[in-house]
Write a protein that binds this ligand. Structure first.
Ligand code: BYC
Length: 480
């Protein structure tokens, strides 16, 4: 079988020759019904019978791997797709740098690898659970289709991690694969593993912010895992990254289209002051200060996903050759980091300071810095939209110490500029920097569905181009 093309004949589409691996094939076939039950219970609520114009991967060739067609989501071809195996790939970093990449799990790193794969796997179904009610309030069929595309691909990413667990981790892997279907986002007894994946995604602005900020953590973590010396993990995550790009597109353009509608309506009504919230809200759009508060919330929750700034787990994973830095292969240094340092922002003696620490222990911080720079690019593009309308307002990322629950700043409160404040000052000001219950109610009041082809809710402009170049009035979802 050609690795570029996907075998669609069996129950589980794949380019890993599952037919030649009866043990793993049987394990996956056994897992499949439980997955479908989970999807029907926890996947998009109310649209399982609708026909959705979805993209399915039919090849892992970077050019032209997608096929678009109407599919009922439970019939989506969730498959196991790995990027092609590079000839003689070498471990790019850590103590084993330069040795041949592992095709089997190295015994000494088994527990570490399993933990990373399980954490990665756990986030995928979590996001589907968080987003399951959004279809009902979709601002258009175009947006509804994008939501479902993101959802089926997160489902596929779960398959990707489950394949690794079942192929390389025997009975333990099968147990972990089952547990991935048992935990539930936000459940008090069996929550998902990482904080941000237990939060609610109650409205579409939250969804766009989530796909902009939190899917971007996905990108960074997948990039770091794509460098792994464990070749099957590297190949799986490389292909996942091609799908992830669309999720961030949905987020960036979703927020951008929301901002554009607000600015358009403000201009039409002659409102110059972006802080005249009551006047802006009368126009049926989301005022810019509330968009800023949503960004503050999602950015800070996502920063927690990078773990502690100083982490021995991260140092060990790098030293072992299991999890690298962002684009490790493009970096020009010794790839071992045993003698270098890295500046880390810390909370010390009541102050936020920057301190050089051994680079190996600062890898979470470094990945987070790369993430912040990547976010800044998108925020600057949003600001260009506001500038176009000559409105005196700029969105900005809050300080990394703002509203944190993990790491150096979890024990303090700061304002958005990183100035430490006491509890009472925080309580007084928090509704000015994070969405208040009034803001949530207002946004919710705008979330009325718009299911007519080519029509959009009041608060968001249509996209510049359709998916797969379809015309504006294309029926992306045929609602059953
Ligand atoms: N919540 O040494 P530390 C995505 C725990 S998103 C709860 O700093 P490490 C997606 C930590 O587990 C990407 N607990 O940890 C996006 C550890 O506990 P144990 C998902 C947390 O390992 C949108 C202890 O604190 N992928 O794909 O350096 C839609 C000590 O911490 C948290 C990955 O994250 C937290 N936020 O860093 C769909 C990649 N943070 O084990 C999908 C895999 C830390 O001592 N994961 N803890 O009991 C990793 O690389 C790392 O495990 C982490 C944590 C970056 C998560």
């Amino acid at each position: 079988m050609n690795i570029m093309n996907v075998d669609y004949d069996g129950l589980i589409p794949n380019n890993v020759n599952l037919n030649g691996d009866p043990r793993v094939k049987a394990a996956l076939e056994k897992w499949h019904p439980g997955y479908l039950d989970w999807w029907k219970d926890m996947g998009p609520d109310g649209f399982q019978e609708s026909l959705v114009y979805l993209r399915t991967a039919v090849s892992v060739d970077p050019k032209g791997w997608a096929k678009f067609d109407y599919v009922k989501m439970p019939d989506y071809k969730w498959g196991i797709l790995l990027a092609p195996q590079g000839e003689e790939r070498k471990i790019p970093f850590g103590a084993h740098a330069g040795e041949k990449a592992w095709q089997e799990v190295p015994g000494e790193y088994r527990a570490m690898l399993r933990r990373l794969i399980v954490i990665q796997g756990d986030t995928e179904p979590a996001s589907v659970e968080q987003q399951r009610f959004l279809g009902k309030t979709a601002p258009s069929l175009y947006d509804m289709r994008n939501l479902f595309q993101v959802n089926v691909e997160e489902g596929r990413h779960l398959w990707a991690m489950v394949y690794l667990l079942q192929k390389y981790f025997g009975a333990d892997g099968r147990e972990e694969a089952e547990a991935l279907l048992q935990r539930r986002s936000g459940d008090l007894d069996t929550p998902r593993m990482l904080g941000a994946f237990n939060e609610e995604t109650p409205d579409w602005l939250s969804f766009f912010m989530f796909t902009f900020f939190t899917d971007r953590d996905g990108k960074m973590q997948l990039e770091a895992l794509a460098q792994s010396g464990f070749d099957p993990l590297s190949r799986t995550t490389r292909f996942m990254l091609t799908e992830e790009a669309h999720h961030m597109f949905v987020g960036e353009t979703g927020v951008g289209r929301t901002i554009e509608r607000t600015c358009q309506e403000m201009q039409k009504a002659g409102i110059e002051d972006p802080y005249d919230i009551n006047a802006v809200r009368k126009l049926g759009v989301i005022d810019l200060p509330t968009i800023q508060k949503k960004a503050n919330l999602h950015f800070s929750l996502t920063l927690d996903l990078f773990g502690n700034e100083i982490s021995t787990n991260a140092a060990n994973a790098f030293h072992a050759g299991i999890k690298g830095r962002y684009r490790e292969d493009k970096l020009d240094d010794d790839h071992k980091l045993e003698a270098s340092t890295y500046p880390v922002t810390r909370f010390k003696d009541g102050r936020i300071v920057t301190e050089e620490v051994p680079a190996l222990s600062a890898l979470n911080m470094r990945l987070r810095d790369d993430y912040v720079a990547d976010c800044q690019g998108g925020v600057s593009r949003w600001n260009k939209v506001i500038e176009k309308y000559n409105i005196g307002f700029q969105l900005k990322l809050p300080h990394v110490a703002f509203h944190r629950h993990i790491g150096e700043f979890s024990s303090i409160k700061t304002d958005v500029d990183g100035k430490v404040v006491d509890d009472s000052a925080w309580e007084k000001k928090k509704d000015e920097v994070l969405p208040s219950s009034g803001d949530k109610d207002y946004i919710e009041s705008l979330m009325s569905p718009q299911f007519e082809p080519g029509k959009f809710a009041s608060w968001i402009v249509p996209p510049k181009v359709g998916i797969d170049n379809k015309p504006g009035d294309f029926e992306y979802v045929k609602i059953a």
